[in-house]
Design a protein around this ligand. Structure first.
Ligand code: FDA
Length: 393
């Protein structure tokens, strides 16, 4: 059967564009479509408008998936250095902000322009505002009913991303296609998302809103040492976003608000050397004053260190070094940076990103059950998985 295209890619975000570039470069006739008039919106708003486009320290351990080995092949075949070479080829200035995170010096729009230029040079036909109404498997490929008529292809790539930030185009389309073809989907969940609290803890967070500290945040064996921010709804900041991807409902997370400082040892030493020092002033030597005061109020402790038993000091120290808090939930997809879960990797080939039981159907990017840590890892997965599929479609 003669198809109208060799490859149709649904979703012109990071992964879809990369796949289109590679497939087009191989001489495949590629139709890249998106339901929105404006494409690649997540790239545009990413990294505060400067796009944290990769991370120099990318490794499989930086990804969550039911199969932690799945991402290895793609990440090895298209590395951060490969993407950096592309960025350099287009003369885009960039810098490492911290922890291997690479950002554009100027604007995330440069990354979009770069990808669109490459796609055009690869002969990709890109159409926006195209609605896909139905997909059916036909001999040697797929037939799509779209708002631009019926089109057929040998390979169909689903690159419609996750559920986060619906107002810029996120839909469950990719999961629905997977289910239509009998592929398992791991329950999607908001990830890299602020955590919310209620009751007295919420009131404390609200009172401290805007204040940030460096913290160690732990859930079970996973620990992140980065900034923590008090908000009007609970806790945010990089360390909280990171742990949110691991956190499970009903469970506490453990926070060390003064990493590297043994608060009990300090308080005991000061009790000896400066017995008249008030506890709030003592804690303010270690923490921002507002936070120190909030901990003293919450523990109901005040006055000179000399008046506080070692047991009271231990309780205060543990409220700093070993603070157990139970979130009531997350802020959800409205603010989540990514979606955890997605198309079950057991359904896909890690070599090609093709569905093992459904020939010619590919899933790439965030729609797949591979979720990166904060810091450029999610774009790297989009580039790597898109590139790999682009070699086989
Ligand atoms: P992506 O979401 O990019 O693209 C999916 C495309 O499919 C969209 O264009 C959408 O319109 C389209 N689509 C959806 N449903 C459709 C349908 N039914 N029909 C047709 N088209 C459809 N990551 C990182 O590594 N560094 C960073 O700095 C940031 N920063 C960041 C900030 C914010 C605010 C968010 C929300 C996210 C990030 N991320 C990030 C995460 C990163 O943006 C994300 O992981 C990738 O964009 C995923 O790429 P995909 O191509 O898979 O999906």
């Amino acid at each position: 059967m003669a198809h109208s295209f060799d490859v149709i890619i649904i979703g012109a975000g990071a992964a879809g564009l990369m796949c289109a570039i590679e497939a087009g470069g191989r001489g495949r006739r590629v139709w890249l479509i998106d339901h929105r008039a404006k494409i690649a919106e997540k790239i545009r708003i990413s990294g505060g408008g400067r796009c944290n486009f990769t991370n120099l320290h990318t490794q499989p351990q930086c990804y969550l998936s039911q199969n932690p080995h799945f991402c290895k092949s793609a990440l090895r075949r298209y590395t951060p250095q490969d993407f950096i070479a592309l960025v350099r080829k287009h003369g885009i200035a960039f810098h490492e902000k911290k922890l291997g995170q690479l950002f554009c010096d100027d604007s995330a729009k440069q990354i979009i322009t770069m990808l669109l230029t490459e796609a055009r040079q690869a002969g990709v036909q890109l159409d926006t505002s195209v609605q896909v109404r139905a997909i059916e498997a036909v001999a040697g490929g797929y037939r799509l009913k779209t708002s631009q008529g019926e089109q057929t292809c040998a390979s169909l790539v689903i690159a419609t991303g996750g559920l986060s930030i619906p107002k810029i185009g996120a839909t469950p389309f990719g999961y629905e296609v997977a289910k239509q073809f009998g592929l398992n989907v791991i329950q999607p969940r908001a990830a890299l998302v602020p955590l919310v609290f209620d009751g007295a803890l919420l009131a404390r967070c609200q009172a401290l809103s805007g204040l940030s500290v460096e913290a160690d945040v732990r859930f079970r064996k996973q620990l992140f040492a980065e900034g923590l921010l008090f908000t009007h709804r609970g806790l945010s900041g990089p360390s909280i976003l990171q742990i949110s991807s691991y956190w499970e409902e009903g469970e506490p997370i453990v926070i060390n608000l003064a990493p590297g400082t043994d608060v009990l040892a300090c308080l005991k030493a000061w009790k000896q050397s400066q017995p008249r020092l008030h506890i709030n002033n003592a804690l303010a030597e270690i923490l921002p004053r507002r936070l120190a005061q909030s901990i003293c109020d919450e523990q109901n402790d005040s006055g000179p260190l000399a008046n506080l038993s070692d047991a009271r000091l231990a309780a205060l120290a543990s409220a700093v070094n070993d603070w157990h808090v139970k979130p009531v939930g997350t802020e959800g997809y409205r603010t989540a940076e990514v979606t955890r879960g997605g198309v079950d990797t057991r359904e896909l080939s890690s070599q090609t990103m093709g569905a093992s039981r459904q020939s010619g159907l590919f899933f790439i990017g965030e729609v797949v059950d591979v979720t990166g840590h904060l810091g450029g890892f999610n774009f790297q997965w989009a580039w790597s998985s898109g590139y790999v599929a682009g070699q086989y479609v």
